[in-house]
Design a protein around this ligand. Structure first.
Ligand code: F6R
Length: 613
C-alpha cells in the first residue's frame, strides 16, 4: 500500500525522499511522486509506474530544496496515472499533501468544494484534503490549525503529511485510525517523517510513533505532538534496533529467497530470551498475563488475514491440544462484521506481520468493544496491532520486504507453540515432565529448518520440471492442513498459477473430480498422527492418474514408492512439523516464479501492508 517519506533539514530533500521511497517499494505501489520546496515555491514531480520513472523525471527536470515529501501510491480512487499520483497540490500552489487511506465521504466533500468553485484536477479522494486545508489556511493558527480543521471533516482512516510554502519551516503529519502508521524520525538539526520505519532507518534510530487522532508539527529543530483537539502530548522516543543492512538483498536474487533462508536465524531469535531449556519453561513477559487471567480464559478467537490466518489455524491445533482452551480462527474481515460472541472471558488474538492490516485492526477493535482481552503476535515494532493489544508477542524476524510472507509465517508458528505451553503451564493443565519435553523440542527447530533448506537444489529441479503447470491441488490434514493452504497461497500469489488447497478428507466430497494428469497434487504426508490418512489420499489421487508431489519425512519408503516426486524434510516432532514442512513449499513457489521471470518480491495487484478494507 501507499508509502510516505518526508524530510526537513539542511540537506537536499530530493535524494533522501527517493531513497526512502525505494525502501518502501516492498509495500507495493503503482505510481510515485515527490514535492520539494525550491526557492520558496513548491515543485512537484510525479508519474504512474515504478520509482525508476520518477527518478528519470527528476533527472530530466531536477528539483532541490531542504524540505520535501514523497509518496508511493497504490490506486484506490482513480487509475494509476500522473494526475492521480501524489503529492496533490491545491489551486494556489501553496499547499501540498500526501495521504494514505480512503476519504470515505469524499463524494460529498468534492461536491461541496466544487459548488464553491474549487477546480479538481484528479480523480482521487486525497485532493479534497488539500483543497480543504487551503480553504482554512488564512485562519488564526495557520497551517497547523488548517490541517486540524480539515481532518475533522474527513471520515475514514488516514495518514496525512502536508507542507505549505507560506510556512516553510515545518511539515505537519497526522494519523486518524488505522490507515497505516505515521513515524517521525529524529535527527540533529533535521527530522524525518515516514509511513514505515525502513524508509528512514538509515538516517536515524530515534523514532516517535503517532497514535490515532494525533498530529505532529515537525521543524528542523523540534517535534511537537498534539491531539487533533489541540491538546499537547508528551513525545515518547523509541529506539529501533533493526539493522538497515538486513533490509538489503545481500547474496540473493530476491528478498523472498533471502527471507526464506533467514528463517534459521529468525527462529533462533524467536526462542531467545523466552525459552529456559534447563527448567523447561517458557516466559512471554510482554503478554501481560498471570495465572489468574490465564485460568479465566474460556475461549480464544484468533483473527488475521491471509498467511497470518493460516498460522492461526496451526495455532488452534496447538492451543487446543496443549492448553485445552477452545480456539476459533476467524478471518479478520469476517470477524469484524459478524457480531461474534465475545465477552470478558474471551481473548482476541490478532496475528499480523505489518501490524497495520486494516481488517485485523478492526477485528481487534471489535474485540475491545465487547470487552475481550486483546493479544497480538506482530512483527512491525510500534505498529498499531502491538499498541492496541493488552499484551503481545513480538515476532523477532526483522523487516520482511518480499510481499509474499515467509519468515513472518514460521515465527508465529513457534510463537503459538510457546503460547500454548505457557498458557498450559499457567493454567496448570500439564505436568512438569510434559512441559519439559515440549520445551526441549523447541531446541531442534532452527537446525531442522536449516536441514530442510539444504534441499533447495532438489526443489529447484522439480520447479524446473513443473514450471508450466496451470493448476495445482494442495492437500493436508490435521496440523499440516493449514500448510496446504499456505503452500497454495504462496504459489498463486507470486507465480499466478491457479492453486487450491483442501483438507485431504474433503477430496471425496467433490474436489477429486478435478484430479487427472493435468492437475498435480501436492500432498503433505509427514510422519504425524494423520499420516495413514494422507497415504490413502495419495493412493486415491494416483488411481485417478494424478501426478503427486509429496512433502514427506526423510527415509519414508512408502511415500517414496507412491509419489512421483518427493520434497524430503527431516523428522520433526509433529506439533512443530508445520515449521519444517512449509519450507519446500515456499522454495517451490519461489523457484517457479523466479524461473518464469516474474516480479517475485512485488507480485502484481498485491501490497505488503493492506491498510485499506
Ligand atoms: C501472503 C501474505 C498476505 C498477508 C496478509 C496479512 O504471502 O503476505 O496474505 O499475510 O495480507 O498481512 P499482515 O500479516 O501484515 O497482517
Amino acid at each position: 500500500m501507499c508509502g510516505i517519506v518526508g524530510y526537513i533539514g539542511e540537506q537536499n530533500a530530493t535524494p533522501i525522499i527517493l531513497n526512502g521511497l525505494k525502501r518502501l517499494e516492498y509495500r507495493g505501489y503503482d505510481s510515485a511522486g515527490l514535492a520539494v520546496l525550491e526557492n520558496g515555491h513548491i515543485e512537484v514531480r510525479r508519474d504512474a509506474g515504478k520509482l525508476e520513472k520518477l527518478s528519470a523525471l527528476v533527472q530530466a527536470n531536477p528539483v532541490s530544496g531542504k524540505l520535501g515529501i514523497g509518496h508511493t501510491r497504490w490506486a484506490t480512487h482513480g487509475e494509476p496515472s500522473a494526475r492521480n499520483a501524489h503529492p496533490h497540490m491545491g489551486q494556489t500552489g501553496e499547499v501540498v499533501v500526501v495521504h494514505n487511506g480512503i476519504v470515505e465521504n469524499y463524494l460529498e466533500l468534492r461536491e461541496e468544494l466544487t459548488a464553491e468553485g474549487v477546480p479538481f484536477t484528479s480523480d482521487t479522494d486525497t485532493e479534497c484534503i488539500v483543497h480543504l486545508i487551503e480553504g482554512f489556511l488564512s485562519v488564526e493558527g495557520g497551517l497547523v490549525e488548517a490541517v486540524r480543521r480539515s481532518l475533522q471533516r474527513l471520515q475514514g482512516a488516514h495518514g496525512v503529511v502536508v507542507f505549505s510554502s507560506r510556512e516553510p519551516d515545518k511539515i505537519v503529519a497526522a494519523r486518524i485510525g488505522n490507515a497505516g502508521g505515521v513515524v517521525v524520525g529524529l535527527g540533529q538539526g533535521e527530522n524525518y517523517v515516514a509511513s514505515d520505519i525502513p524508509a528512514i532507518l538509515e538516517h536515524t534510530r530515534q523514532m516517535v510513533f503517532l497514535e490515532s487522532q494525533q498530529m505532529a508539527v515537525v521543524t528542523r529543530a523540534d517535534v511537537q505532538v498534539m491531539t487533533l483537539d489541540g491538546q499537547p502530548v508528551e513525545v515518547k522516543v523509541n529506539t529501533i534496533n533493526w539493522d538497515p543492512i538486513s533490509a538489503e538483498k545481500g547474496e540473493y536474487r530476491h528478498f523472498m529467497q533471502k527471507e526464506i533462508h533467514e528463517q534459521v536465524r529468525s527462529l533462533t531469535d524467536t526462542l531467545a530470551g523466552r525459552v529456559d531449556f534447563d527448567n523447561g519453561r517458557i516466559t512471554l513477559a510482554q503478554l501481560n498475563v498471570d495465572a489468574e487471567n490465564a485460568r479465566r480464559i474460556k475461549k480464544i478467537f484468533i483473527t488475521a488475514c491471509g498467511t497470518a490466518a493460516y498460522a492461526g489455524q496451526v495455532g488452534k491445533v496447538l492451543i487446543e491440544d496443549i492448553a485445552r482452551i477452545p480456539v476459533e480462527v476467524d478471518i479478520a474481515s469476517e470477524f469484524r462484521y459478524r457480531d461474534p460472541i465475545v465477552d470478558e472471558d474471551t481473548v482476541v488474538l490478532a496475528i499480523s506481520q505489518s501490524g497495520e492490516t486494516a481488517d485485523t485492526l478492526a477485528a481487534m477493535e471489535e474485540g475491545r468493544r465487547k470487552g475481550a482481552t486483546l493479544w497480538s503476535i506482530v512483527n512491525a515494532i510500534g505498529s498499531q496491532a502491538m499498541r492496541l493489544a493488552d499484551g503481545y508477542i513480538s515476532m523477532q524476524t526483522g523487516p520482511e520486504i518480499g510481499v509474499a510472507s515467509t519468515k513472518a509465517f514460521t515465527a508465529p508458528l513457534v510463537d503459538l507453540y510457546m503460547l500454548a505451553v505457557y498458557l498450559a503451564d499457567l493454567r496448570g493443565v500439564i505436568d512438569e515432565n510434559r512441559r519439559y519435553e515440549l520445551v526441549q523440542d523447541l531446541r531442534l527447530v532452527p537446525a531442522l529448518v536449516g536441514k530442510a533448506l539444504e534441499k533447495e537444489p532438489e526443489v529447484l529441479q522439480v520447479a524446473r520440471e513443473m514450471k508450466y503447470i496451470r493448476n495445482a491441488l494442495y492437500l493436508g490434514r490435521g496440523i499440516n492442513m493449514p500448510i496446504a493452504y499456505e503452500g497454495a497461497l504462496k504459489l498463486k500469489e507470486i507465480s499466478y498459477i491457479h492453486a487450491e488447497a483442501y483438507p485431504a478428507g474433503e477430496m471425496k466430497h467433490g474436489p477429486i473430480a478435478l484430479v487427472d494428469r493435468d492437475m498435480p497434487v501436492i500432498a503433505l504426508a509427514l510422519k504425524d498422527p494423520w499420516y495413514e490418512k494422507m497415504i490413502s489420499q495419495i493412493e486415491q489421487a494416483k488411481a485417478r492418474g494424478g501426478a503427486v508431489v509429496a512433502v514427506a519425512t526423510e527415509g519414508d519408503e512408502r511415500v517414496a514408492g507412491l509419489a512421483d516426486e518427493v520434497f524430503w524434510v527431516p523428522e520433526t516432532p509433529w506439533r512443530l512439523s508445520p515449521v519444517v514442512s512449509v519450507i519446500p513449499l515456499q522454495l517451490f513457489a519461489y523457484h517457479i516464479a523466479s524461473l518464469k521471470g516474474l516480479d517475485v518480491d512485488q507480485p502484481r495487484n498485491l501490497a505488503k501492508s493492506v491498510t485499506v478494507e
